[in-house]
Design a protein around this ligand. Structure first.
Ligand SMILES: CC(C)(COP(=O)(O)OP(=O)(O)OC[C@H]1O[C@@H](n2cnc3c(N)ncnc32)[C@H](O)[C@@H]1OP(=O)(O)O)[C@@H](O)C(=O)NCCC(=O)NCCS
Length: 190
């Protein structure tokens, strides 16, 4: 993945120095409120390796976001193949997702990074549609989707197959979609 630059951020593949931050965003209660699992360091490192290798192989993925002025990694934003959600979504679906350490919430970093990932996805990567989904009451996440101009597809809401029955309140997910045509209209201010 060639690093992408936004006004304040560098979006890039994971580096060894990001492992501690990555563990925090996979284990802290505040960040993981809408997820059924908390990862210990070994589980976090294993996911870290798999995300980093996936980005090398396919050229995109849940990428690290770093503040350009400080060099600090703040979490991830990125595009990801949502093939694990078949049959709820077609096998070739691309999702956009995000997770930041809480001290960086509320500063517009996620929307800024996501806008650049969408431009990369609809531009050089050539995707026709990008979706996003979240637990219905994860309003911080759905607010990002709405700021990006994504549209709710209520008919597409689904029970996430990776959420165990022990966490029924985290199962139902709302689906948002953005087509390349709608993204282009948004950019034109349509
Ligand atoms: C979901 C999550 C990524 C959203 O982060 P966020 O910081 O709220 O999102 P943004 O970066 O788009 O920031 C928007 C906020 O920054 C504010 N902001 C401040 N400075 C800004 C700037 N320069 N530009 C734009 N917005 C700015 C906006 O007004 C908005 O504030 P509000 O929440 O009070 O309305 C974050 O809460 C998170 O990591 N949650 C835990 C993990 C998670 O649930 N992930 C999603 C799973 S589906």
């Amino acid at each position: 993945m060639t690093p992408l630059q936004t006004k304040r951020l560098i979006l890039r593949n994971w580096e060894e120095r990001d492992r501690a931050l990555f563990h925090r965003i996979n284990s802290e209660e505040q960040v993981m409120e809408f997820f059924p699992f908390r990862r210990d360091r070994a589980q976090s490192d294993s996911l870290f390796d798999s995300l980093r290798d996936g980005i090398v192989e396919r050229g995109f993925g849940f990428a690290a976001a770093e503040i350009a002025a400080t060099g600090k990694c703040i979490g991830f934003v990125g595009l990801y193949p949502a093939e694990y959600l078949e049959p709820f979504l077609p096998k070739d679906t691309i999702e956009i997702g995000w997770r930041l350490a809480p001290e960086y919430w509320g500063q517009g970093y996620v929307t800024e990074a996501a806008e650049t990932h969408l431009a990369h996805g609809f531009g050089p990567l050539g995707f026709d549609e990008i979706v996003s989904f979240a637990v219905a009451n994860n309003s911080r996440s759905t607010a990002v989707m709405e700021r990006l101009g994504m549209r709710r597809d209520a008919a597409g809401d689904f029970d996430h197959p990776r959420v165990p029955d022990t966490h029924p309140h985290l199962k139902r997910h709302v689906l948002y979609r953005l087509t390349r045509a709608d993204w282009q209209d948004e950019k034109r201010g349509g």
